[in-house]
Write a new protein. Sequence first.
Length: 266
Amino acid sequence: MQYKLIAADMDGTLLDSNKTISQKNLTAIRQALELGVIFTISTGRPVQGVQRYQETLQLETPIITYNGGVIVTPCGSEVLYQRNMEPESAAAVIRHGQDFDASMCIWADNKLYILREDERTIQYAKSAGGAIRIQGDEIKEVIRRGIAKILWYDEPSKIEAFQETLRRTPLRNVVYCTSTPSFLEFVDHHVSKGQGLQFLGEHHGISAAEMIAIGDGMNDLTMLEYAGLGVAMENAPEAVKAAADVITASNEDDGVAQVIERFILQ
């Protein structure tokens, strides 16, 4: 099989623990690009959380952000696809988050909004370049304009407990999964990284069978299942590994490069 497109998650996959792309990963990606293979990023991050990495990689293909909720051109200047949460669904997620006393981070219009300042939201806001605090009618206005993603940030044990409670209280038109053990992310039920790959396939005229998807999180499951070759990182949870066709080395051991060397460069 001649693979034509590789989509890689960022945190825990392409990036090491220092949030950098290793030289070995970078070299392998550039070699694949020279052969005409398309390489892209598929992440839960917002658009601005991808830009400096895109500049390093010098990608020329659309990038999947917000877990598939927004697909943008490489420079991020043009939105090719966007699907926000339905207002009623977003409001329900926010209500549940307040009931659970979860630290909530809301992405809308590619801006970060928080309902309160605490240790977690402050930390998250620093990594995102700042946040806007909203209350009361301001929350309603953000919901009305359209929310791409809501993230609950808490201790892993609490995140697991939140999910168990939500399974007994189904949310309408919403899907949720963890991207890290501390992050529970909510998007519209039509949004997924797998749907994002389908969009890219149609955009480039590439079939699912000609794609490789690489990831480590529960939010990567749909793209691992969609692609012709789904690859889980060694540092992925067992559920992700079980869904993959192949398991590569961890993000600390250049797992992405090993996939490219094995399936593209040989």
